[in-house]
Design a protein. Structure first.
Length: 498
């Protein structure tokens, strides 16, 4: 059993919300466990042997309230000190990442190395302190320094490599996209799509397309496909296969026969590609079936659907790119549902088993109190992108979003540096774009909501379609990227022509 003492400002904490908390084992795989908070301690009863880390939402002054991980620890009777172990976990990850990034010899990194050493010294002082209260105070200081240093190092690394990527013109004309709100047909909305983005993601949920067997509602999708094509805006369409309740038709949800469900999905794929295949440059073939297992399929069945669906799309639309989309890239859901697959294991399996697809999608949507949406800092984002990139496939950020306001339901999900507002959203967007597009394997980024909707403040526009500061930042960034678009090869014989 693992136990963590929680003190703040020298006093024992009496209440703590463990929403989103989970244990992490080897290779970042979440573990099933019972977590409780009582007597100023987080008590973790694991269902597996071996060391584990605790991940939970934790407030750090000046840095925000984010989902952070301790170092991996062995069971013991004596409780660990939570902020001290959070600081130790972050400093260990920074040390490994500095080696991975090879930042030691770059000009300008010395102040960041000094900050890292200051955090390490505070951690040593905390380890030597007597009593949990003093350890917590020093641990909190070390954690604050470590989080700030991690984000600065991530930005330092990103600035270097984004500059290099621009210099070699490593971007395409389809880099920054947006998801379409099918219900928003206003002309000003369409104009904003046309003016601000390189491509559009058209979500076609099977549930909306065929609410009753044989009753197909193509009209709204046809209208958008026609307008996007006429406006010369490249289109990504999907998900063709998703087991999320918002996508599965109610008449299919009651089925329990694997072959019937599999064949129904394949027929749906054929139908959509037959209708729109000539207009789509990229298909979101599979989305999140590693996490949303509504049909309770086993591992082999999920892998078979992935393999055959990807092959079918390749056969029907050979000229289009095909993506397999990961949701909740840290895999918190696996700690609560055994009939799912950790995201990195799923991604590694589909790559190693030779599934025919062109790129991995990943979603970074923060700001709601649900698995996968608790706020994480930029160091963790950069670290996760690197892990995805190590699989050898191009990476497409198929959904990214944070709120620009702090409604009640959002406060429980954490915040980045300050409580969410329009200025914080704009700063986050700039930071995320810089880090993501500095990675040579990241090819596209898709912002989810162009405009706010009732209950959601994640848009770049307000509901009345007036712009937020984040839209200005997006457009400035897009303009920089468009200057670094990959140039076509010169015509044969042009070089050196008189």
């Amino acid at each position: 059993m693992l136990r963590f003492v929680v003190n703040r400002d020298g006093n024992p904490v009496r209440e703590m919300d463990l929403a989103g908390a989970y244990l992490v084992g080897s290779d970042g795989v979440p573990l099933r466990a019972e977590l409780e908070f009582h007597d100023s301690q987080v008590v973790c009863a694991k269902r597996a042997d071996g060391p584990a880390a605790l991940a939970l939402l934790y407030p750090v002054p000046g840095c925000g309230t984010m989902l952070l991980e301790t170092s991996r620890l062995m069971d013991r009777e004596q409780p660990y000190n939570l902020p001290l172990e959070l600081a130790r976990g972050r400093l260990m990850r920074i040390s490994l990442k500095r080696e991975d990034w090879g930042l030691f010899d770059f000009e300008g990194v010395e102040p960041l190395n000094s900050e890292y050493e200051r955090g390490r010294d505070l951690l040593v002082e905390a380890l030597q302190a007597e009593g949990h209260a003093q350890q917590s105070q020093l641990g909190d200081k070390a954690l604050q320094v470590a989080l700030a240093t991690g984000e600065k190092l991530s930005r330092f690394h990103a600035d270097l490599f984004l500059t290099r990527r621009k210099q070699i013109h490593a971007f395409t004309r389809r880099t920054l996209g947006v998801a379409i709100d099918l219900a928003n047909g206003r002309e000003a909305y369409r104009q904003a799509v046309k003016d601000g983005f390189d491509f559009a993601y058209l979500p076609i949920a099977w549930r909306a397309l065929e609410p009753k067997p044989g009753e197909l509602n193509w009209r709204s999708f046809d209208a958008w496909i026609e307008w996007l094509t006429k406006s010369r805006i490249p289109v990504r369409v999907g998900p063709l296969v998703s087991f999320h309740e918002s996508c599965v038709p109610p008449w299919l949800a009651g089925q329990n026969n694997f072959e019937t469900i599999r064949n129904s999905f394949f027929e749906h794929i054929r139908r959509v590609i037959d209708r729109y295949g000539n207009y789509v440059f990229q298909w979101d073939v599979i989305s999140g079936i590693h996490a949303d297992n509504a049909f309770d399929f086993n591992f082999e069945q999920l892998m078979e659907i992935t393999r055959v669906a990807a092959a079918l799309v390749k056969q029907l639309a050979p000229k289009a790119q095909t993506l397999i989309d990961l949701v909740s890239p840290w895999g918190e859901y696996y700690a609560r549902n055994q009939r799912t697959i950790p995201p990195m294991l799923y991604a590694d399996m589909i790559v190693q088993s030779g599934v025919a697809f062109d790129g991995l999608g990943a979603r970074f949507v923060f700001g709601q109190p649900a698995d996968g949406m608790f706020v994480r800092d930029m160091f963790q984002v950069s670290e996760k992108l690197d892990r995805l990139g190590s699989l050898g496939k191009p990476i497409h950020v198929t959904g990214v979003q944070v709120p620009s306001a702090l409604p009640t339901q959002t406060s429980a999900a954490g915040c980045w540096r300050k409580p969410w507002d329009e200025t914080v959203q704009a700063a986050w967007l700039r930071e995320f774009y810089t880090i993501a597009l500095s990675k040579p394997f990241v090819e596209t980024i898709t912002w989810l909501d162009l405009a706010d909707r009732p209950g959601s403040a994640g848009g770049l526009l307000h509901e009345d379609l007036s712009p937020k500061p984040s839209l200005k930042i997006h457009k400035e960034f897009r303009a920089e990227i468009r200057k670094a678009i990959r140039k076509p090869p010169a015509p044969h014989g042009a070089a050196g022509a008189e």
